[in-house]
Design a protein around this ligand. Structure first.
Ligand code: IPD
Ligand code: CA
Ligand code: CA
Ligand code: CA
Length: 261
């Protein structure tokens, strides 16, 4: 895509994010409809659905040829990574949204033939956005974002999935012990923002494509390392244990991984 097309896409999506933050912050003060999906900790609200419908409607007008892969099912049944795909996670960290009314995000990513094009992650309560792509550069709100310092695992905070730690999934407790400290935020988007802005050295969780699509675009664009800790390479259509880290921390984790595999 040309610079002008990327610029237009960025401006357009930033406009949608403004609308979405207005919608969400208004709904926070109202009575929400909360339902469960796969289990009692897997929540969905009317706001998750409303925001996804907003995105789907606007993406269809802006980019009618593209496919949409959204968490709440208003997009398409995407079967292949061919062509342009918009990944949409309307509210990431729904549990935080319901219980804390903060530390949740909204995420959008665009890929073409499986390759990263652009992404946006917004911390909604703080209206804080990291956005960009490999041919566009990465911005923290209006300012260019530089690559975070290459800090090793022993000196940095690692962000992990709470569920994986609780159930002691192979490798997760070892990594928590090897870092200077570990954190659990309950939102992939918020976790990615911490790694992208250098507050943490890695984020590792088992997630679905709309959870990791935007974080992967922005991390790769900033020169962070991206991979998986299971035997499968990153697949943009299925779940994976996705790792985003500084170069040194990535190598440290791969070294530690040799001991548990
Ligand atoms: C969840 C959050 C959570 C992560 C889960 C995701 P959702 O997303 O990002 O931090 O551990 O794997 O499903 O369902 O709140 O959008
Ligand atoms: Ca969910
Ligand atoms: Ca999510
Ligand atoms: Ca979600």
């Amino acid at each position: 895509m040309s610079q002008a097309q990327l610029q237009k896409m960025d401006e357009t999506v930033l406009g949608w994010l403004d609308d979405v933050s207005d919608i969400v912050m208004k709904r926070v003060c109202q009575r929400m409809q909360i339902e469960t999906k796969s289990g009692h900790r897997d929540l969905v609200t009317n706001v998750d659905r409303e925001v996804e419908q907003y995105y789907v409607q606007h993406i269809r007008t802006f980019d009618p040829e593209a496919q949409i892969l959204g968490e709440e099912g208003f997009g398409d049944a995407v079967k292949s990574t061919e062509g342009r795909i918009w990944y949409v996670d309307p509210i990431d960290g729904t549990m935080n949204f319901v219980k804390q009314q903060d530390e949740f995000a909204t995420m959008i990513a665009v890929y073409e033939d499986g390759e990263p094009v652009m992404a946006w992650i917004m911390d909604i309560t703080n209206h804080d956005v990291v956005h960009g792509g490999p041919d566009f550069g990465v911005f923290h709100n209006d300012e260019p974002l530089q690559a975070p310092a290459d800090v090793p695992l022993k000196d940095g905070l690692i962000i992990l999935s709470g569920a994986r730690l609780l159930y002691e999934e192979k490798g997760f407790p070892e990594l928590a012990k090897s870092a200077i400290g570990y954190r659990v935020y309950g939102s992939a988007g918020i976790s990615y923002l911490h790694v992208l802005t250098g507050k943490a050295v890695a984020y590792l969780s088992r997630m679905r494509p709309w959870d990791f699509a935007a974080g992967v675009v922005l991390a790769k664009s900033l020169g962070l390392k991206v991979g998986t800790i299971d035997e499968h390479p990153l697949n943009m259509l299925v779940s994976g244990s996705v790792l985003v880290a500084t170069e040194k921390t990535y190598d440290d984790i791969k070294e530690i991984q040799k001991e548990w595999t």
